[in-house]
Design a protein around this ligand. Structure first.
Ligand SMILES: [Fe+2]
Ligand SMILES: [Fe+2]
Length: 261
């Protein structure tokens, strides 16, 4: 059995700090084989710059995934070539730096694939995530039974749709991007674990990680407002899954919250 914790969007310095403080203990306390996080908001709450990417790559994280904000800082582009553990959504048009699918191996020698996809509903007009998932998963060797998908998307219907589309073909479809953890963790009939959104790693008292007052002012006035990462305690949120390494089927999934710092 593989124990996998996938943490939601890491927001700014508070998110990076909480993760840095707790990654090692989480691995030990939860007896994790795989610890992954979505890092598209790690720099100032939007995007990932080279400095933050290297800081996160120095932590005991197995895989770092991306989203619609991944390309905000151009200095991170070369990091994608240097760091195989850093993924970005697979369905960006050809020519984007890096890759969205890679096979890794646990310390115990179990291969596992991670696929990062971006939704299209209320988001950028990227290639179809459903068609991309089908093509890329078909390209994987059959002996890579454990397959984890980060579906970075806005609409709950698109995320649910992806989970059912991939049911039986992957171990888990885990949603990111909304920064709000949903309460619909379940194992689908074909054996795929699904959670519409795993939540975020960032300030507890915030609007999706940003200072609440700035967001409220924006809603009140509709004027441009500079959003800032909120201060105060930060919490880690994610999905904790157990996966049968021989079949790739999920054994359990639950939304996970912890590690207040
Ligand atoms: Fe995000
Ligand atoms: Fe996002």
């Amino acid at each position: 059995m593989l124990s996998v914790l996938f943490l939601g969007d890491v927001v700014g310095r508070p998110g990076r700090k909480a993760l840095a403080e707790q990654a090692r203990n989480l691995r030990r306390d939860l007896e994790l084989d795989v610890l992954m996080a979505n890092v598209e908001n790690a720099s100032g709450g939007i995007g990932l710059n080279a400095k933050a990417a290297r800081e996160l790559l120095a932590l005991p994280l197995d895989v770092l995934t991306g989203g619609n904000h991944t390309w905000k800082h151009k200095d991170v582009f070369p990091v994608f070539q240097e760091a195989p553990r850093l993924l970005r959504p697979a369905n960006y048009p050809a020519g984007a730096p890096g890759t969205g699918l890679r096979v890794f191996e646990t310390a115990g020698g179990v291969p596992y694939a991670v696929l990062n996809l971006l939704g299209r509903t209320y988001m950028d007009a990227v290639d179809c995530p459903f068609q991309t998932a089908r093509t890329l998963l078909d390209s994987l060797p059959a002996d890579v039974a454990v397959r984890i998908v980060d579906f970075h998307a806005e609409a709950t219907s698109e995320k649910k749709g992806m989970a059912y589309f991939l049911d039986g073909r992957v171990s888990a479809v885990l949603g990111t991007h909304t920064h709000v953890q949903t309460n619909d963790a379940r194992i689908l009939p074909g054996g795929t674990a699904a959670l519409t959104d795993v939540g975020m790693c960032g300030p507890v008292h915030s609007v999706i990680g940003m200072d609440a007052q700035g967001i409220v002012n924006r809603f009140l006035t509709r004027l441009p407002v500079r959003f800032e990462v909120a201060k105060g305690p930060a919490r880690l949120e994610g999905a904790l899954c157990a996966i049968d390494e021989s079949t790739g089927r999920a054994l359990s999934i639950r939304p996970w919250q912890g590690g207040l710092s």
